[in-house]
Design a protein around this ligand. Structure first.
Ligand SMILES: C[S@@+](CC[C@H](N)C(=O)[O-])C[C@H]1O[C@@H](n2cnc3c(N)ncnc32)[C@H](O)[C@@H]1O
Length: 540
């Protein structure tokens, strides 16, 4: 088997090094411009999310036209193409699931399935039923960090219980429960949530080479799951020496809806046939790392593991809890500096008692409250705690209503949350923005365009502020600043929403969704810039 380092260097101009404080790191062997694909990989194993409202195809994650596997009645596929692609592995899983007791089936979470699939794939690769390559083999999974010794006792116990269930499902003699428990810990630090272009989570995938990439809160690359990667798949047995014959190169999503045109120079060599022996597909489960800044040769490729919109303290807490390290990126080293304190207080802090003041509050060491840094008014801590408690109680019910698709009930609850948050939070608060985004979506679902439009208006100033705070994708960082500037200004356009409520809401929300200002993730904002820009380049 060819060595991973050699393949990475030859095919992607990348190399792996080890740094004492980070472990393995991925470095560039050439310059990458914003928009460039740095690396892409199929998952070693993946599994769709389990929801009460919809089922997804186990291979491509679409929820359209899915049918249950007639044998195990657990796994769903959207058609024979996906079922065939997954068959070697599912054949084994199917036999195991078909004989599983009902109460065990109920505990079959996506993580447990992911681990079952991981061990089945290892077995099939050992037996050479599924071929191994330098970028697709179990040794890469073995090398992933697990941080098991740092995991809290209660969590370790939970992993051990889940490992027992994996062992019950597999029924292989000599399985090491400790090793399986450690694999769960590996998944927690290394698996990625596969999202669609609107950032809706579809499932989870393990991409062992992408897992070598370390984190930065100000990343130079993003991880996206695109349907634009062209893959040529055999649809017939193609004997050695035969000519490949394919169909046209329209970029489609996983439901074969045309998305645009792409130029794929190598694939373009393939000739056409009306009875092709191969098809061109654009798969969404392939993870692609794209540059969002100019990455000079010899730099480390860095993506963000978490939402970059949070305060430095929130980001550091999330990284410590899930990934067991303290980030020292360019944003994190500003922790405690005046601009960092102000940013955090605006994004996550409370509002001034005086509703006409937009100052930010800081804990007042001389009293039991928070003092506005603009008008010096003090807000009582107990009053804040009372509202926060009420909000928390409603939020739990609201998310339950939302996940069981009770739209009207969810709308009422989110309106109550909004009222409480308006009393509690700074007007640029991320939490308030999230609530308003949810309300906007719910109103669109209920086709209440007038109200939806009001929410478009309420969210715009926050998007603008946030964009100012987080200029990760600056025109100067791109190799073609003029083009980048144009892109930026088109996104910064003034959203003078008119009176045609439905058209305005739809165009605004599609702007929001595709731009994915879902603030949550600057990385997605960047993705949009990149995709659009790169697309323009490719089709010129
Ligand atoms: C997905 S892995 C990344 C690859 C990892 N360095 C390795 O050796 O396999 C995530 C782990 O890498 C380390 N890591 C990632 N980003 C880091 C950073 N910015 N600083 C320090 N450690 C980091 C942490 O141990 C984290 O749990």
């Amino acid at each position: 088997m060819e060595d991973l380092q050699r393949v990475l260097l030859r095919e992607y101009s990348l190399s792996i090094s080890t740094l004492p404080d980070k472990g393995r790191c991925l470095f560039t062997g050439r310059d990458f411009s914003p928009g460039d694909i740095v690396f892409s990989q199929e998952p070693y194993v993946s599994v769709p999310n389990k929801t009460s409202v919809e089922s997804r195809c186990d291979w491509c994650f679409t929820s359209s036209n899915v049918k249950r596997c007639s044998s195990c009645h657990v796994v769903w596929y959207c058609g024979s193409r996906c079922q065939k692609s997954d068959w070697k592995l599912h054949r084994l899983e199917c036999q195991l699931l078909a004989h599983l007791e009902k109460n065990r089936l109920r505990s079959l979470t996506p993580s447990i399935r992911l681990l079952v699939k991981l061990y089945l794939r290892r077995k099939l690769q050992n037996e050479k039923v599924i071929p191994s390559t330098a970028m697709d083999n179990y040794n890469l999974v073995k090398d992933l960090v697990s941080h098991i010794s740092e995991v809290e006792e209660t969590q370790r116990l939970l992993y051990a219980q889940m490992a027992s269930l994996v062992s019950v499902i597999l029924q292989w003699p000599g399985l090491d429960i400790k090793e399986i428990a450690e694999s769960f810990s590996k998944l927690a630090c290394n698996a990625h949530t596969v999202c669609d272009s609107e950032l809706i989570p579809l499932g989870t995938g393990l991409y062992p080479v992408i897992s070598i990439i370390n984190h930065s809160c100000s990343p130079n690359a993003v991880l996206v799951f695109e349907g634009r990667i062209a893959t040529v798949r055999a649809v017939q047995h193609i004997p050695k020496g035969s000519e490949l014959a394919c169909n046209a190169h329209t970029v489609c999503d996983s439901e074969l809806i045309p998305l645009g045109t792409g130029l794929y120079p190598v694939i373009s060599i393939i000739n056409h046939s009306c009875s092709p022996n191969a098809v061109l597909v654009f798969e969404g489960r392939i993870a692609t790392v794209r540059a969002v800044q100019h990455i000079p040769k010899g730099s480390e490729v860095l993506i963000s593991y978490i939402e970059t919109a949070g305060s430095t303290m929130t980001r550091q807490k999330a990284l410590r809890e899930q990934y067991f390290f303290t980030c020292s990126c360019t944003r994190c080293i500003k922790l405690g500096q005046p601009e960092d304190i102000e940013e955090s207080a605006v994004l996550e802090g409370y509002r001034c008692k005086n509703h006409t003041c937009d100052g930010f509050l800081l804990r007042d060491p001389e009293s039991k409250g928070f003092k506005c840094q603009k008008c010096r008014l003090v807000r009582d801590k107990d009053e804040i705690l009372k509202i926060a408690g009420e909000e928390k109680a409603v939020a739990e019910q609201a998310s339950a209503a939302l996940s069981s698709a009770h739209t009207k009930e969810a709308l009422e609850m989110y309106l109550r949350i909004e009222k409480l948050q308006v009393k509690l939070c700074h007007s640029f608060s991320i939490n308030l923005l999230r609530t308003r985004e949810t309300l906007l979506k719910l109103m669109m679902e209920l086709q209440d365009w007038k109200k939806a439009l009001e929410y478009c208006r309420l969210t715009i100033p926050v998007y603008e502020i946030f964009e100012m705070m987080q200029e990760t994708f600056t025109a100067s960082s791109m190799s073609n600043p003029d083009e980048a500037y144009q892109e930026k200004s088109s996104l910064n356009q003034n959203w003078n929403l008119g009176t045609d409520n439905q058209t305005d809401v739809c165009s605004f929300s599609s702007f929001v969704f595709s731009y994915n200002i879902n603030l949550a993730q600057t990385r997605v904002k960047s993705t949009y810039f990149v995709t659009k820009w790169d697309y323009g380049r490719n089709t010129k």
